[in-house]
Design a protein around this ligand. Structure first.
Ligand code: KIV
Length: 271
């Protein structure tokens, strides 16, 4: 599809039939969204921004207002990709009416294309309520960052037969509610493959092997900007933290040596 036409729900949903891999990354700001947009099918304004932008330990402190503000910023930079905004912890999981009200607010105020929520079969009523309200939704199953505190840390899912089967059941039940795609995070390859074979909507993997129809990474991880913890599934395609360190060191050196600003950076009266 032309780079200046916005991708729609049908384009994302039919990726498995086309046999094309969906290229997905997170974005939180306008300049980064602009840089990623021509290369990506889908940009996710993930609540991972709590950690990579705000320095929080987990996403639990991320508010709806933060997601809306970053959603608006990303939408300003996008001409092509399908944009999804994460619903933050506490904004949807306990009450279907609240989930619909908050999801509608995110869609209306940001202009994004869809929202994403975390949860499997235990969240079926919420997925159904969002579908009944015609809110385009992505599911997120497997390792769910909003549950890591409750579960005592980041743990790979599906290692036992029971857990693998329960993930497949989650995916199949959720698919029936009409979700656009299912993000599978942190599971073993054989389980990911069974889910991919067991559903017809696209699966988007993060730490879930190449079996998935698409891949997503947190862009700050992939760009080597967030380096506090680099999970096994991350490949760094750049070393931005190192580039920033080198640039800041060069700037500091030149300011201290009074080499910056030089003549080229100084305003003068026209002669
Ligand atoms: O918040 C996030 O960034 C996510 C991932 C799928 C990358 O949910």
């Amino acid at each position: 599809m032309a780079q200046n036409a916005r991708l729609d729900k049908e384009y994302i949903m039919h990726a498995p039939q086309r046999g094309e891999a969906l290229v997905c990354l997170t974005a939180y700001t306008t300049p980064v969204a602009k840089a990623l947009d021509p290369h990506c099918d889908l940009l996710l304004v993930g609540d991972s921004l709590g950690m990579v932008v705000y320095g929080m330990d987990n996403p639990l402190g991320v508010s709806l207002e933060m997601m809306i503000n970053h959603g608006k910023a990303v939408m300003r930079g996008v001409k092509h990709a399908f944009v999804v905004v994460d619903m933050p912890y506490g904004s949807y999981e306990t009450d279907a009416d609240l989930a619909v009200k908050n999801a509608r607010r995110v869609m209306d105020e940001t202009g994004c294309d869809a929202i994403k929520i975390e949860g499997g079969a235990e969240m079926l009523d919420i997925y159904q309520a969002l579908a009944d309200a015609s809110i385009p939704t992505l599911a997120h199953i497997g390792l769910k960052p909003q549950s890591v505190e409750k579960e005592g840390g980041y743990k790979i899912k599906g290692k036992s037969d029971d857990e693998g089967l329960s993930l497949l059941t989650d995916a199949q039940l959720i698919e029936k509610t009409g979700v656009i795609a299912i993000v599978i995070e942190g599971t073993i390859e054989s389980v990911a493959r069974r889910i991919v074979d067991g559903v017809s909507v696209p699966t988007i993997g993060i730490g879930a092997s190449a079996a998935c129809a698409g891949q997503i990474l947190v862009s700050d991880d992939m760009l080597g900007l967030f380096t506090d913890h680099v999970p096994k599934f991350v490949k760094q395609y750049a070393q931005l933290a190192q580039n920033i360190d080198e640039a800041a060191a060069a700037y500091a050196r030149e300011v201290r040596a009074r080499d910056f600003p030089a003549d080229a950076h100084i305003y003068k009266r026209a002669s």
